[in-house]
Design a protein around this ligand. Sequence first.
Ligand code: GLU
Ligand code: ZN
Length: 299
Amino acid sequence: MTTRSTINTNHYIGRFAPSPTGELHMGSLVAAVGSYLRAKNHQGQWLVRMEDLDPLREVKGAADSILRTLEAHGLHWDGEVVYQSQRESLYTHALQQLKNAGQVYVCTCTRKALMRSAKRGHYGIIYPATCRKAQHSFELPKAIRVRTDIHNETICFHDAYKGKQCQNLEKELGDFIIKRSDGYFAYQLAVVVDDEDQGITEVVRGEDLLDNTARQIYLQKLLGFKQPDYCHLPMVNNEQGQKLSKQTHAPALSNSQASANIIQALRFLGVYNQPIEEVAVENEAPEKILQWAVENNRL
Ligand code: GLU
Ligand code: ZN
């Protein structure tokens, strides 16, 4: 479990980290292609990690179907696919480290109570640190929050696409959940542990996750992890201007249209900007189109 999927840690290592909550759609394909191109532009590795931490949101068969869709689209990953559901011991270890340092605590507040009383900020409610000093027992089946007053400074980072980003967690979000009351580890903790364990040097993903990044950098600091670079790609919208997602019923990609889908994703990323006639690759296998994109463009 602790074996790293990496050989040379100075090397670029990127990843695509889908959640198996449904089939891949054009929005997720853009993230996959974007992260793939960045990795290949840097002669790096491109890993796939299945973020199947939450069985309640998982759709049966989706993980396999996502992998088949990636393959059909010429997106072949390096190494073995990592499944978050098999990595609980790593997350438990990180949580223990934070516990030992007194940086986390149990929160017994209900969502309802918080909705009623807590102030609202730009990112939803700002947790008012109600339970920070309460010393509730870790035996309770309750959420665990990390204190945001340990490094109480504004976190800034440079995003390759979005430029300089800053967030003050203590003021704008408050102590945030790293283990949920239903016993599952929260995305924020798992992603940070996995990116470190897999030696990820740059995180390329959709812009919808941009405002999660400061929380992740914060956890990296507390855990003494390396901070990867970040690149948040623009979101694909449907005709109604809504972001493509399962919630907005984005259609699943058809594997028989793989080359056309790849071209569409490349166009969206601004990579495929020459007229099709000139490049004449639309009838090629998706692998060929991707190779053309890697050789002729930098994302
Ligand atoms: N699993 C997350 C998602 O599908 C992506 C996580 C990440 O790239 O950090 O939205
Ligand atoms: Zn609380």
